[in-house]
Write a protein that binds this ligand. Sequence first.
Ligand SMILES: Cc1cc2nc3c(=O)[nH]c(=O)nc-3n(C[C@H](O)[C@H](O)[C@H](O)COP(=O)(O)O)c2cc1C
Length: 219
Amino acid sequence: MNTLTKLALGLMGQLHPQPAVGSATTRTSLPAPRRSGGLPLMEALRKRESQREFAPQALRKQTLSDLLWAAAGINRPALGGRTAPSAMNAQEVLLYVALPQGLFRYEPGAHELQLAAATDVRRVTGYQDFVDTAPLDLVYVADHARMRLVPAASRDSYAHAAAGAMAQNVYLYCASAGLATVIRAWFDRHALAQAMGLGTDQQLLLAQTVGLPKDPASG
Ligand SMILES: Cc1cc2nc3c(=O)[nH]c(=O)nc-3n(C[C@H](O)[C@H](O)[C@H](O)COP(=O)(O)O)c2cc1C
């Protein structure tokens, strides 16, 4: 669906998800993430960029596992520490994964996907057309219930900062793995919150599309 159509549907309150492809299970386990290898950090930084053209193929399960671990995984099990920082270690940013099979929440403890909505919400995650057909769109959501110890005036900016750190982890992983990605803030907040069934404590922060590059030479 093109951007103008999305803007018009959004104005009418009619920008909705599509039916999911197939039937998803409540919990989907992921293979253990590969916690070594990849490009040297300085090379990944040299290659980091935003791309907006994606091939439609699904990512392999191992790639999805590695990607989600890079974004929000537990890298210090003894402490429950994450790959990205959060103010006062509140770990308030929830990571959702919009796939053709449904919308899932990444659960770092079990390293698994939990079904959040049995619909394909990809096209609601942004006004740009590529978000509809790219194999996955990540959505970063602040859970304000986890920020009770953070001063109220700082919660919004702290959550955005934490989501930005996670998004940069994804950028670097994608640079290393030859994937395309772009972080995005241009989406219909009302339509997306509704499509995701978010509660009053949950605040949409950012979205991020990931996939194989349409032109592999650009990856
Ligand atoms: C907070 C934020 C919001 C952004 N929102 C969008 C967006 O909605 N759509 C988009 O295509 N790119 C978006 N971008 C990506 C920027 O356009 C991109 O990072 C910038 O053009 C620099 O390009 P580079 O990432 O390749 O260096 C956003 C970036 C940031 C940091």
